[in-house]
Design a protein around this ligand. Structure first.
Ligand code: GTP
Ligand code: MG
Length: 207
């Protein structure tokens, strides 16, 4: 299916229980599983969907696995060939936000060149009355000021309410495709001087 369509591998990353598999299920078949039916992810799963970026079709393949496995024997295979990582934390659990820099380091070390997209999930569970334990706008602002250009996109979603997810996937497809097209154009431009060289060497061999 969909041969010839540019495709990008995106791996889910982030602390346990932040909703990585819930994002995966929204991506796969737009469903949501509540706490009672929830199991920590075991094994690897992936799914491909096609998005429209202007008139161009773009494939995103999303990969999900449980935290324990990701850190142990799966090793580099999960990361191999990843164009991007979707780094997830829970807006209602500050601890999952506090460990983001470890995950960024993990991505940078294992998935070289992968773009990082940041996703705050569980927006529905944030209680504006209560400040402690949740991720505030001030926390985010401070973190972003330290992170500079680390993230290619920053989103807030709710898997439960199905809020912001399709917009996030479409935006990731757009950014990944745009950057890959720019890289191709740059490569083509860089090849041009070589073309002259070829022309010159042809000329010299003929003289
Ligand atoms: N309220 C609320 N709960 C959510 C949301 N997304 C996920 N959950 C719940 O959070 C729990 C953990 O979700 P998972 O998707 O299993 O988390 P995970 O990151 O895949 O967890 P591991 O596989 O253990 O790393 C489940 O009980 C979900 O129902 C959300 O947007 N809002
Ligand atoms: Mg999971």
């Amino acid at each position: 299916m969909a041969t010839g369509i540019p495709g990008y591998k995106v791996i889910l990353h982030g602390d346990y229980g932040v909703g990585k598999s819930s994002i995966f299920r929204r991506f796969l078949n737009n469903t949501f599983t509540t706490a009672t039916g929830r199991h920590s992810t075991i094994g690897l799963d992936h799914c491909t969907r096609v998005f429209k970026v202007g008139t161009q079709s773009v494939k995103l393949t999303l990969w999900d696995t449980g935290g324990v496995q990701r850190m142990s024997y799966l090793g580099s295979s999960y990361y191999r060939g990843a164009h991007a990582a979707l780094l997830v934390y829970s807006l209602s659990n500050k601890d999952t936000f506090g460990v983001l820099s470890q995950f960024i380091l993990d991505i940078v070390m294992n998935a070289e060149g992968a773009k990082i997209f940041l996703c705050g999930n569980m927006a529905d569970a944030v209680n504006p009355e209560q400040e402690s334990g949740q991720v505030t706008e001030a926390d985010l602002e401070q973190f972003m000021s330290q992170c500079d250009d680390v993230f290619s996109g920053v989103y807030q979603v709710s898997c439960k309410d199905n809020n912001g997810l399709e917009e996030m996937f479409t935006d990731m497809a757009r950014v990944l495709h745009r950057d890959s097209v720019s890289r191709l154009t740059l490569r083509r431009d860089l090849v041009r001087p070589g073309d002259t060289e070829t022309a010159n060497s042809e000329k010299s061999s003929c003289c």
